[in-house]
Design a protein. Structure first.
Length: 398
């Protein structure tokens, strides 16, 4: 079956700033992105139906028979079977939410067009399922999704051994090591949950890692780091210091000492040395988080919530982020003190004030950062950043 993962418009708005630069299904929760999870169940690549300005990078690939699936819904074998059983023209619903539509040969140009389409028949989904609807749910769901993905990606496979005689292992049956992994004098404790070390990743001397934990392909845990569990380090990233219940998407660095907790960091981000995030208010009250959809702060219902940072954002050394801070795309934060709890996209500054981070300088930095990973800031990436710059202009009322 040809699966096309669509953005539910309301959910896409709720998940900003992360969905400024990607479809909902390209968000990583657990070891895999939602799209990668669906590709495992479909046993073939999947594509996206997303906003027009993202389609050059995240295109839809139509076929003679197309099934559109809500990109915010996490797959499992029962849901995949229900969707595979849909007949042409039939939709799978749950409490008014479109979960999937077998569109046959029909295809749609934008996610909104799906909602203008009246399916021939509707069937109510009775199986329980998980829907990603808020940005903080990325780290809330992460531990369970590491466990689910661990079973998915390791089924029927054999782990590489731990060959370093100075590395201490607990719960070895819950550890999976891909080819090319390098481990030196570390402690891996998988008694509380699985530890997954992706292809060509590295765990350096003195690192302490507690599961559930995922280190994706090509990533590095620096010397003396403390990974406290429920954490995912996305592909080609570097981490150090202390991290707890957080997700880094890909190509991002938190390489030095400092605490990151109950946080989500997008792609191409960098946290300067000794950056710290507060994840608990002094009065232990529920944390409120800026909502792009509402244009104001929203109660998360969580006692622990740290930093939400959009793609290409950076912060200088000794940056202190207050509990429940949201940073948009391509922001640059520096200076002493706690900056504001909502930092708009393309903001440049800190406690003393912000100004607009001009696109020309954004591109200059992004080109250098991406070149360090062997990537190129091409015109497609520039067009996406330009669109986000224009779309978020009203929020930069400095």
């Amino acid at each position: 079956m040809n699966l096309i993962l669509f953005d539910e418009p309301a959910i896409r708005q709720n998940l900003l700033p992360f969905t400024f630069t990607r479809p909902v299904a390209d968000i990583r929760v657990g070891i895999l992105t939602i799209a990668e999870k669906w590709a495992h169940f479909a046993k073939q690549p999947v594509s996206f139906l997303t906003q027009r300005y993202l389609q050059a990078k995240f295109s839809d690939k139509t076929a003679a028979a197309n099934i559109y699936v809500n990109g915010a819904v996490f797959p499992d074998e029962f849901l995949a079977a229900d969707i595979a059983a849909l007949t042409p023209g039939e939709a799978l619903m749950h409490e008014g939410r479109l979960i999937a539509l077998n569109a046959g040969a029909e295809f749609f140009g934008l996610p909104e067009h799906l909602y203008d389409h009246e399916p021939a028949t509707r069937r109510e989904l009775v199986q329980p399922h998980i829907v990603l609807q808020q940005p903080w749910e990325i780290f809330v769901f992460n531990a369970a999704q590491i466990r689910a993905d661990f079973k998915l990606v390791t089924a029927g496979r054999e782990s590489q051994p731990v060959n370093d005689r100075h590395t201490i292992v607990y719960g070895e049956e819950n550890i999976f090591i891909e080819e090319g992994v390098k481990i030196r004098a570390a402690v891996l404790n998988a008694e509380s949950g699985p530890i997954y070390l992706g292809k060509n990743s590295e765990v350096q001397e003195g690192s302490l890692i507690k599961g559930p934990f995922a280190l994706c392909e090509g990533s590095v845990v620096n010397m003396g780091a403390k990974m406290r569990g429920d954490t995912t380090v996305g592909p080609h990233s570097k981490v150090g210091g202390e991290i707890s219940n957080s997700v880094l998407f890909a190509h991002s660095n938190k390489g030095h000492d400092g605490f990151l907790g109950n946080s989500v960091i997008g792609e191409w981000c960098n946290l300067g040395a000794d950056t710290n995030t507060s994840n608990l208010k002094n009065n232990y009250a529920d944390v409120k988080l800026w909502s792009h959809a509402q244009g104001g702060f929203k109660n998360t219902g969580l006692q622990f919530c740290g930093l939400m940072m959009g793609d290409h954002s950076k912060c200088g050394i000794n940056t202190m982020f207050n509990t429940g801070t949201v940073t948009g795309v391509s922001a640059n934060i520096f200076g002493s003190g706690f900056p504001r709890n909502f930092i708009p996209s393309f903001a440049w500054g800190g406690v003393s004030g912000f100004e607009t981070y001009q696109l020309r300088k954004v591109f200059e930095v992004a080109e250098k950062v991406m070149a360090r990973r062997g990537k190129v800031l091409d015109q497609t990436e520039k067009d996406i950043l330009t669109h986000v710059f224009e779309e978020t202009a009203a929020s930069r009322n400095f």
